[in-house]
Structure formats: C-alpha cells, structure tokens
Design a protein around this ligand. Structure first.
Ligand code: SME
Length: 181
C-alpha cells in the first residue's frame, strides 16, 4: 500500500515537472510569435516615442491578466522617469535602487516578482498589482530604461516570461533610434 502511494507521489511529481517544461516551451513559442508580430509592427519605424508607445500598446493587447505595461526611462544619472505606458496613471520618478524597477535598473538584470508584497521596497503605484516583471534596457553597458509589467494575479510571471520579454526588448532596441544620453 505504502509502495503504491509512493509510486503515485512520484508519478504526480514527474507529471507536474513535465507539465512545467511543456508550459515553458509553449511560452517560448508564444514569445517567438509575439516577436515576429513586433518585427512587422515596427517595420520602417525608428522614432523612439512611436516605437515605445506601439510596443506598450502591443503588449497590452497580447498579454493576458496584466493591469499595467510600460516604460521607465533614465532621464538623469541613476534616475528613472515615467515613459510611454498603458494602464492607470503611475508614479513618475523612481531612483535607481528603489522598488522593483529601480533595482532592475541598478543591477542590470530582469526581476520576476511572484508576490510584490514580499519584495522589500516595492512601490505600489496601482493597488491591484500582485506580481510583476521588470526587464532592464541596456545600451553600451548603461541602463537607459526598464520595461515594467504588472499583474493583478500572484505568480503571473516566471523565468520564461523574463526571457521572452528580453527577446522583445532586443528587437525593440535594434529597430529604435534611442536619443543620445
Ligand atoms: N511597482 C513598481 C513601480 C512602478 S508601477 O508598478 C507602474 C516598482 O516597485 O518599481
């Protein structure tokens, strides 16, 4: 009897693991498809205000279960300022090192936050936000801004989202004339 229970537990773990691997693969395919659509959307356009606006509207249309998507842009050394976005009005100034956005900007790495209440220093611009992903935008080893996406659901994002969004940000950068600092 104990052996059968053990087999059921192992089989359930394996099933869960293979489902997660499958989901990650599907997520990678999903972002690859978004990337192809993004390339078509930005075709012939390089103005940064145009492209960042289109990018945030495009993600707002394409991603489920999100309540905010947009950019914070480095406008002074170590200081982010609100850029093009979709969602409710938001905090305007975020110093590097503060909140999820400022931390991703300072550490130059993508942050996936499963529960914003567990992230010390999280800046609550929209009380509905429960989880968040922030992807830094880096040119010549400098953070020129971040892409920020919030969800009203806990654990909405995982590493597959982080990687997919990095791919989209790379495409955006390749097609956009970014103003010189
Ligand atoms: N929650 C973010 C601030 C930006 S809003 O979510 C739009 C943070 O902690 O950096």
């Amino acid at each position: 009897m104990i052996f059968i229970l053990f087999l059921i537990a192992v089989s359930s773990c394996l099933n869960h693991l293979s489902q997660s691997i499958l989901e990650s693969m599907n997520r990678a395919d999903f972002y690859q498809s978004l990337n192809n659509q993004l390339i078509a959307l930005l075709e012939g356009q390089s103005n940064w205000i145009t492209n960042l606006s289109q990018f945030s509207a495009f993600l707002n249309m394409s991603l489920e279960d999100i309540n905010w998507v947009g950019f914070y842009l480095t406008d002074k050394p170590e200081q982010l300022k609100l850029g093009p976005f979709q969602g409710n009005v938001a905090c305007v100034d975020i110093p590097f090192g503060k909140g999820v956005c400022g931390t991703a900007a300072k550490e130059k790495r993508t942050l996936v936050v499963e529960d914003v209440d567990q992230f010390s220093g999280h800046i609550a611009c929209d009380a509905r936000s429960r989880s968040e992903v922030v992807c830094p935008i880096i040119i010549d080893d400098k953070t020129v801004g971040v892409l920020d996406i919030d969800s009203p659901s806990l654990k909405r994002f995982d590493d597959a989202d982080g990687e997919g969004l990095q791919l989209l940000v790379k495409t955006l950068l390749e097609r956009t004339d970014w103003p010189k600092a």
